[in-house]
Write a new protein. Structure first.
Lengths: 515, 254
């Protein structure tokens, strides 16, 4: 009983001990905040990766691809059909994307992915990241009007994307009119005597599509005149980061918009590969908020890509694909499916990977970052532990005579030790308890706090342009919080062991004589 | 006082260190035989007690007198099991106590001995009432103490009333005078119903008037409760109030 009474009195009267409480509190709060933010980021990132990459990818070992995807899908179904929810074939090829912007050509290195728009939605959240509401419902490669002018994935209010108002057919008609004027000016210039006109029109972006299909034996005279104001080329969806840029005021602008044409150049299948090039019409933007994907991916109809790359056997009409994306049923074990498929298909020709395998390096890096941060932050609590040790040692010296009195009244060495251990535990409990509450409160209000700090500093603390997130994501795992609190308690207890042991070992006579 | 003693006997738990409380007749309650104690100051050993033998009968009020440094306080610490002798033995109520375990010594100090010090030695974090209750807090676990807390508090209050401190229950030691602190220390030494009271210069830090009051209380306890008291003092006038006086000179009984 005396241990509790004295412990309580020491807590209430020894204000120096509050220094230890504050350091434990700050350590616990910081660890909870950092872990919550890291978990939030990690979860957000994994969610996006999961939305982009399907559960299991069955890939061809070569760029030429695998023949007859339907028969491959049949085989896959036979091997792991119970665990598979959906499959879709894709063609992936590195390419160059070029377009004209303010009189100059802009060229990007991209990854062209040929998809089957009917089945792609079954294996990933691809449609969720498109900017046209109709495409999000049912994806097509047709140009439309009425694209989002706000970021539909944002959780809060966002700035309007003013230029997206004219995206679609309106933009295409405007471009066609400009083109017609340029053509007219060119004709007038060529008809006028030399030296009368100095205007050189820019290269024509809406030139008539050349007959690139070698198997289409259409007489040239039957080719219908292409009207860029009413017709579109093959539709493509490009990553939004290829077009979007921000000015100093944070307003978003676009170099190209849906409705405009771009040029894609990629290698043909077969050896040696040759470069083929064609014009395509942007029909939508893809915005996954992962810069790596938003600046690299261009989606187009798989049939068209197969045709352009020569991936269709002219005799049988059977196409080649690079990969088959597999969506698993909820609860299915991706690793088990991967291993089954690996065992069933020859390793040299096929590669089977789960989404975790594909993003292993990134996920491991995030995990490593979290671990190192935790270790570093735990040092804060360890420093607090040394603070407790120093303060306790001081208190033991200060209370030497009291210890002697207690021993003269019959208190055992263990009992005296118990006073200081209970005191240390109390400091740890109070410090970590307050730290827990502080940390959880901070995590709950982290975005208003970030906004407030941004307002104070005159610049946003958390810039969505950099992080592609409008709010700081946080997740509090109760077990993590429990471990942090338990760790803090352990450190507080351990730090009080040495002073408590010294107190227990004090000789009562010497303690009573202590001045 | 007798009412308090009756209540004490019914509430305070018996000691775990079993000391037979039989009527000893002529046999001493406390017996010290050839006690020797040296203190080490660096490489030099300083002999403090050089073979002190002492017998204290049940209900006796013994005063140990002597010059400063003659070993009075050391003798009291040895008798009170706060320290152990280098040589010799101590018996309490017929059982040897100088070689018992540390836990048994703790129990003995808690339940059988009451101690009063020259500098009162009250715990500054506790109120007067809590200081008096401290031995019972040490004796009982949390649950046991909590169950009996009202009885304990009532006993402590009565003891404090007995020494004239009923109006100082909630005061901290720093708010009391020297005499009041010593009276609180006496109340604390009595709460566990000890059979032996060891007093180390109980009036050494008090004015004459307060000193007289303290001696009066001790005398009263000895006479009314037949409480054995061993009091160390350097003041012959104070020692005169005891039944018997033992003089220590240079670590020996003169």
């Amino acid at each position: 009983m005396y241990k509790l009474v004295l412990c309580w009195r020491y807590l209430c009267t020894r204000y120096i001990a509050f220094a230890s409480i504050i350091s434990v509190m700050l350590g616990v709060a910081t660890m909870i905040i950092v872990n919550s933010v890291m978990a939030g980021f990690s979860n957000e990132m994994q969610g996006r990766i999961r939305g982009i990459i399907c559960d299991v990818v069955f890939e061809s070992g070569t760029l030429e691809g695998m023949r007859d995807p339907d028969s491959h899908m049949e085989q896959i179904k036979k091997i792991a059909g119970d665990e598979i929810d959906g499959m879709t074939p894709i063609c992936v090829v590195p390419a160059m994307l070029s377009y004209q912007w303010r009189g100059t050509w802009v060229t990007n290195q991209v990854q062209v992915i040929g998809i089957d728009e009917k089945t792609q939605g079954r294996v990933s959240d691809f449609a969720k990241y498109l900017q046209h509401p109709a495409n999000r419902q049912e994806m097509t490669f047709d140009l439309k009007d009425g694209y989002d002018i706000y970021d539909h994935l944002a959780e809060g209010p966002t700035r309007e994307r003013e230029e997206m108002r004219r995206a679609g057919w309106e933009n295409r008609r405007r471009m066609a009119q400009e083109l017609a004027l340029q053509v007219k000016a060119l004709k007038e210039a060529t008809a006028a005597p030399p030296g009368m006109s100095t205007t050189v029109p820019p290269p024509e972006p809406f030139a008539q599509r050349p007959p690139t299909d070698p198997f289409r034996r259409q007489p040239v005279e039957q080719v219908k005149q292409f009207d860029p104001a009413k017709e579109q080329n093959t539709g493509v969806v490009i990553g939004i980061a290829m077009s979007k840029f921000s000015k100093a005021d944070g307003e978003e602008h676009f170099r190209v918009l849906p409705g405009e044409d771009v040029q894609l150049t990629f290698p043909t299948a077969g050896a040696p590969p040759k470069a083929v090039s064609d014009k395509f019409t942007i029909v939508d933007f893809y915005e996954s908020k992962m810069l790596e994907y938003d600046s690299m991916f261009v989606f187009m109809p798989i049939k068209e890509l197969q045709r352009l790359r020569g991936m269709i056997d002219p005799s049988t009409g059977v196409g080649y694909v690079n990969a088959i994306e597999i969506k698993l049923r909820p609860g299915a074990d991706g690793n088990a499916v991967r291993d089954k498929l690996k065992a069933a298909f020859p390793a040299g020709f096929y590669r089977v990977e789960t989404w975790r395998d594909k993003q292993g390096a990134l996920l491991a890096a995030v995990q490593m970052e979290t671990t190192i941060l935790n270790i570093l932050l735990f040092f804060i609590i360890a420093v607090a532990g040394f603070g407790i040790l120093a303060i306790f040692y001081m208190i033991v010296v200060e209370k030497t005579r009291d210890i002697g009195i207690l021993k003269s009244l019959g208190a055992s060495g263990r009992g005296v030790m118990g006073i200081f251990l209970t005191y240390g535990l109390s400091l740890g409990l109070v410090g970590s308890g307050v730290g827990l509450v502080l940390g959880l409160t901070f995590v709950h209000y982290i975005n208003p706090i970030a906004d407030g700090l941004g307002w104070l500093m005159g610049r946003p603390l958390f810039n969505p342009e950099i992080y592609y997130l409008y709010r700081i994501p946080t997740i509090v795992f109760p077990e993590t919080a429990a471990w942090i609190v338990a760790g803090a308690l352990c450190i507080a207890m351990l730090a009080s062991v040495l002073p408590a042991f010294r107190a227990a070992r004090l000789h009562p006579v010497e303690a009573l004589r202590y001045e | 006082m007798s009412e308090v003693a009756t209540q004490l006997s019914s509430v305070v738990a018996p000691a775990t260190f079993v000391v037979p409380r039989h009527s000893v007749g002529e046999s001493p309650q406390l017996l010290a035989t050839k006690l020797k104690k040296n203190y080490r100051k660096g490489p030099v050993e300083v002999p403090v007690l050089r073979g002190v033998s002492l017998a204290v009968r049940q209900g006796e009020f013994l005063a140990v007198v002597g010059q400063s440094g003659c070993g009075k306080t050391t003798l009291l610490h040895l008798l009170g099991t706060l320290d152990v002798p280098d040589q010799g033995e101590i018996q309490f109520e017929g059982r040897r106590i100088d070689n018992i375990s540390s836990a048994a010594r703790d129990a003995l100090r808690n339940r059988c001995f009451g101690m009063i010090f020259q500098f009162y030695h009250l715990l500054p974090e506790m109120t007067t009432l809590e200081n008096v209750l401290a031995p019972l807090m040490i004796m009982h676990g949390v649950c046991s103490y909590w169950r009996q807390r009202r009885q304990f508090q009532s006993l402590a209050t009565e003891l404090l009333a007995m020494v004239g401190l009923e109006h100082r229950l909630k005061h901290r030691p720093r708010e009391l005078s020297g005499g009041e602190m010593q009276r609180a220390a006496i109340a604390r030494s009595l709460i566990a119903r000890p059979s032996l009271l060891l007093a180390d210069e109980p009036t050494g830090n008090l004015d004459q008037e307060s000193g007289r009051e303290i001696i009066k209380i001790l005398r009263g306890l000895n006479e009314q409760r037949r409480l054995t008291i061993v009091m160390v003092t350097h003041d012959p006038a104070i020692a005169a109030s005891a039944d018997r006086t033992v003089r220590l000179v240079d670590g020996r009984v003169a």
